[in-house]
Design a protein around this ligand. Structure first.
Ligand SMILES: O=C(O)CCC(=O)C(=O)O
Ligand SMILES: [Fe+2]
Length: 172
């Protein structure tokens, strides 16, 4: 990813110091008699830098939002990992990479299981667009913040149903 951005190869890796948290979330959606009314996970964008997702190999459920339409991610064979960009990465890359909004729908007949590994940066670290990506033509699109402020804002937005795109709250 750093190479794609024409940055030093270790520029993104260096954002993760020894206090950078990694955590796992185990998602379970039991069969639901009213999938039209109940979501497994409501729309959100992941807030850490990167997510590595192991999806259920049999049951479709993950959907991504693009231009107002939800698209299914097909169930894939065993052990395939899906890499998701998170909002921390979106802010660091000044929006060149974006954290997509996604959700999980339920299934009337089958349970669904997934495991997400989240890779964040040190909560006390200041994050903002990487200086090498900025110029007069490409000014910073996000203000600087501590990583933990992004997390607090995410939790507020998510619990109050105030929209999935919290990175927008930090746009200049
Ligand atoms: O279950 C999935 O496929 C996605 C889970 C997810 O979006 C999450 O844990 O943040
Ligand atoms: Fe997610």
């Amino acid at each position: 990813m750093a190479k794609l951005l024409e940055l030093d190869e270790d520029c993104l890796v260096n954002q993760f110091n020894s206090n950078a948290p990694t955590f796992a979330r185990f998602n379970h959606s039991p069969p639901c008699p009213r999938p039209d009314l109940v979501l497994g996970i409501k729309p959100h964008a992941d807030f850490p830098a990167l997510t590595v997702l192991l999806m259920d190999k049999d049951v479709v459920g993950l959907q991504y939002l693009r231009d107002g339409t939800w698209y299914n991610v097909p169930a894939v064979c065993d052990h395939t990992l899906l890499i998701n960009i998170g909002l921390t990465m979106e802010i660091m890359t000044n929006g060149i990479f974006t954290g997509p909004v996604h959700r999980v729908v339920t299934n009337a007949d089958k349970e669904r299981i997934s495991v997400a590994m989240f890779y964040g940066v040190d909560p006390d670290q200041e994050i903002g667009p990487i200086a090498h990506l900025l110029s007069d033509e490409q000014p910073a699109r996000y203000r600087k913040m501590k990583a933990k402020d992004l997390l607090v804002t995410q939790l507020e937005h998510f619990s109050q149903g105030r929209g999935a795109r919290i990175a927008d709250a930090f746009k200049i």
